[in-house]
Design a protein around this ligand. Structure first.
Ligand code: SAH
Length: 348
């Protein structure tokens, strides 16, 4: 960020302090907060009860994050929408809007790019920079305005590793959850991580009621290392310890993501190993038929293997669901988000 104050990343108390620091009355903070986080204003110009003089000061002194919609694609299959946004510095990110029976979900990105380099994922080119809290929030705000729909669930599962941008992600959750803002319940927020152990523990200590999702994808370290470079740094045993710690501190059931790749991790042996691994742990396993990306040779598991894998888990009393593929025709499904979509042909 430049030297300007990133006004939409401030919580209410910080905004009060800021407003007082520019010699304005405290009630201005409530007005500004409501315009930004409740009415989702795109710029100061929309703020009818703020004087022109104050607007000028704010325009001079602050950065008002408002993402630009560069492209929007809507799936013909399920109405999922994928948005390509431009940030103030020209960087591009993607977010996805999904309609479910239980409400609308937005999948947001937490970084421009990602440095984790998972083999099955399309976000391949390294991490350019972290997103600020306001840039994470504004993905939801812009989508909410564009669709005219209420967003009830937020998943931090787009590009980036949220635990690699920890402080900003925590601040983002605080703002999203704020009663003065969209007031999205912590229980409707999911953070997905490739398994950065120290950060999982730090998050546990905050005792938030959010859902922690772990990208596991393999039941042993040897196989996991072939899929995810981060497996060389943290073992599955350490991740499981951190999960037990999280469960202990928060009482929240852990979610494991397991992307099924044909002939790689979808065998009976893998299912049995996975069963042993999570035995006795209060968890849910989310099976994701891997979405092929053009750079890699991973293929999606056969329908039959997916069903068998799920049945094996369920027979042992383990909660398992197969994640519905949303927006496959617009490359909006898991692992299909990337940075540079601007030149691609699109349906719209
Ligand atoms: N960095 C975070 C969040 C981003 S990915 C994480 O690793 O959890 C969100 C989920 O989609 C992760 O479980 C990720 O492993 C999975 N995923 C990535 N690429 C995929 C693909 N091609 N097919 C299916 N799932 C994929």
């Amino acid at each position: 960020m430049p030297h300007k104050t990133d006004i939409k990343s401030l919580n209410y108390n910080e905004l009060v302090q800021y407003v007082e620091s520019i010699n304005e009355k405290k009630f201005r903070a409530a007005q500004l907060y409501s315009w930004m986080h409740e009415k989702l204003a795109e710029s100061y110009d929309e703020m009818t009860n703020i004087s022109d003089k104050l607007k000028d000061t704010l325009k001079e002194d602050t950065l008002y994050t408002s993402l630009k919609i560069v492209k929007m694609q809507e799936s013909r299959i399920d109405g999922t929408r994928k948005y390509l946004f431009e940030l103030y510095d020209g960087n591009l990110i993607e977010s996805v809007f999904m309609k479910y029976h239980h409400g609308n979900s937005v999948c947001i990105s937490s970084q421009v790019g990602c440095k984790m380099g998972c083999r099955f994922c399309a976000t391949l080119n390294g991490c350019v920079r972290n997103l600020s809290p306001s840039e994470m929030l504004d993905q939801i705000y812009r989508i909410s305005r564009d669709t005219n729909e209420r967003v009830s669930n937020v998943v931090i599962m787009g590009s980036g590793e949220p635990m690699d941008n920890y402080d900003n992600v925590i601040k983002f959750i605080e703002l999203l959850n704020s009663e003065r803002g969209l007031n999205i319940s912590q229980r409707n927020i999911t953070v997905s991580t490739c398994g950065i152990v120290p950060k999982i523990k730090e998050l546990a200590d905050l005792k938030l009621q959010i859902t922690l999702a772990i990208s596991l994808h393999a039941p042993n370290d040897e196989l996991r290392k072939t899929m995810m470079p981060i497996a060389n740094k943290y073992s599955i045993a350490e991740i499981m310890d951190a999960c037990r710690y999280y469960l202990d501190k928060t009482g929240r059931r852990i979610s494991f993501e397991y992307s099924l790749v044909k002939g790689v991790n979808d065998t009976k042996e893998c299912a049995n190993e996975l069963i042993e691994l999570v035995k006795g742990l209060n968890c849910h396993i989310n099976l994701i038929p891997v979405n092929p990306i053009k750079e890699r040779d991973y293929e999606q598991s056969e329908k039959n293997s997916i069903k068998n894998f799920k049945d094996m888990l369920e027979r042992k009393g383990i909660n398992a669901t197969v994640r519905r593929e949303m927006g496959r025709d617009i490359d909006g499904a898991c692992g299909q988000l990337r940075q540079n979509h601007i030149d691609e042909n699109s349906a719209i």
